[in-house]
Design a protein around this ligand. Structure first.
Ligand code: CMC
Length: 422
């Protein structure tokens, strides 16, 4: 059986036979035989927008690998910074490469003082940290104007290093600003995740000692969020990057895409949902309202996974470790019961709706005392290397500017009518 498809234009009888390579067909075959006929695919349900060697996702079988390494192995044995290196460079670092990378990231965590004094202080006292984060990332491009030299690989690496190093500093600063607490400067004696926790929580103590179990759990969560191939925010990153905008502006756009409740905002929406359900007795009524279309079971369902999200399984396992330290969240029992009921209900089974990564992350973040409006910020810290790896890859591939077509559905030509005559 040939691994090909034949596309025939029945108006002209012209045909083209195109090979199916790696599960895809080159759209050029379509445009050769059907010039000017657009392939309508809102939401990119059937469109592969890139060829990528970064993350392999098999949604049917619940498989996720970064550069070939199963997510389960990375979560168990690696660290977030090592995974960043892997995503950005294609291979796990040698001991020397890792040392240099960790050193470089650790020593670039500081921000220009004007970012804090002039920029962050300008926000209203109750500004959402995600809004601050989007703006602060964009503002960094004004501090590093050389970042627009995107053709220069060495210059790109400097900006990548800056973004990985400074994102937790911005995130913690946004949080401290949102609650009126003084900013805590980075502590280079701590590792990446510990330093972030120190910038978040340190009060008057001379040296902040994070709980190692919580620091490790957060590190694992960052690994799980580090990349997820062509998701909404990464697509935004690639699209903005395709115009050759600087990486700070592109990352600000990707962060904005992450903000929405259908993407990175879902972990916050899960906690709202569990809080609203409130107790076991209310679960059946809630499930019915989901099935009736009035509600959505947040933290369930995924465009790509039609099986249990492998990240959700790892998060669920780590939740137990975290709760041993923090005490159990009263919402956990509701979440577990909800999952049990949903997984045995035909509505969810027939639509392949399983828990996704966000179903349990919010509970862990809440137990660690992160306020809800910081949840998506945590996701953004984690996703930074993925966005940057895709940005870098698309520039190396010399890809074209993203410019899809549309199928015009509006009125045909009509004459302008003066306002008094309408
Ligand atoms: N609860 C109830 N029904 C759902 C849900 C849900 N969470 N998700 C999908 N469905 C139903 C939907 O109503 C539709 O049913 P029908 O065929 O009868 O109309 C069917 O399943 C297909 O849904 P869809 O909206 O066409 O699927 P999609 O691929 O466009 O949407 C999704 C994917 C993630 C936006 C959606 O599942 C959703 O809104 N989930 C809740 C939000 C959420 O948890 N998002 C986090 C995603 S994981 C983090 C990340 O990677 O960004």
């Amino acid at each position: 059986m040939p691994e090909t498809v034949t596309i025939t234009d029945n108006r002209t009888g012209r045909s083209v036979e195109a090979p199916i390579v790696n599960g895809g067909v080159d759209a050029k075959a379509w445009s050769d035989v059907l010039p000017g006929v657009w392939f309508l695919d809102p939401g990119y349900m059937t469109t592969a927008s890139a060829q990528s060697a970064i993350t392999e996702l098999d949604g049917e079988n619940g498989i996720l690998r970064y550069r070939g390494y199963p997510i389960e192995q990375l979560a168990e044995h690696s660290t977030y910074l090592e995974v960043c290196y892997l995503l950005l460079h294609g291979d796990l670092p040698t001991k020397d490469q890792l040392e240099t990378w960790v050193h470089d990231v650790t020593y670039h965590t500081f921000l220009h003082e004007n970012m804090r004094r002039r920029f962050m202080d300008g926000f209203h006292h109750d500004a959402h940290p995600m809004g601050m984060m989007v703006s602060a990332l964009a503002a960094l491009s004004t501090f590093y104007p050389e970042a627009k030299n995107i053709e220069d690989p060495q210059n790109r690496n400097i900006q990548i290093n800056r973004l990985i190093s400074k994102t937790p500093t911005i995130a913690a600063m946004a949080y401290r600003a949102s609650i009126g607490m003084p900013f805590v400067y980075p502590d280079n004696s701590l590792n990446y995740t510990e330093n972030f926790l120190s910038m978040m929580w340190r009060v008057a103590e001379p040296h902040y000692e994070p709980d190692p179990v919580l620091a490790k759990a957060l590190d694992v969560l960052l690994i799980l969020h580090a990349d997820h191939e062509q998701n909404c925010s990464t697509t935004a990153m690639r699209v903005i990057g395709s115009s050759h905008a600087d990486p700070f502006s592109a990352v600000a756009g990707a962060t904005a895409a992450l903000y929405g409740p259908r993407h990175g905002g879902a972990n916050e929406a899960v906690i709202h949902m569990l809080t609203e359900i409130g107790s076991y007795e209310n679960i059946p009524a809630f499930i019915e309202s989901v099935k009736g279309g009035s509600d959505r079971l947040m933290g369930f369902g995924h465009r790509v996974y039609k099986a249990y999200d492998p990240r959700a399984r790892i998060v669920k396992a780590h939740a137990d470790e975290v709760f041993k330290v923090t005490g159990k969240s009263p919402l956990l029992d509701i979440a577990l019961k909800l999952e049990e009921i949903a997984l045995s209900d035909d509505y969810f089974k027939s639509r392949n709706l399983y828990p996704n990564v966000d179903f349990y992350t919010g509970l862990i973040y809440q137990a660690m005392k992160f306020p809800m409006d910081m949840f998506t910020v945590l996701f953004a810290i984690g996703r930074m290397p993925g966005w940057l790896a895709h940005w870098q890859e698309s520039l190396e591939q010399n890809s074209k500017i993203s410019r899809p077509r549309q199928v015009y559905m509006g009125p045909s030509v009509r004459d302008y009518v003066a306002v008094g005559d309408r």
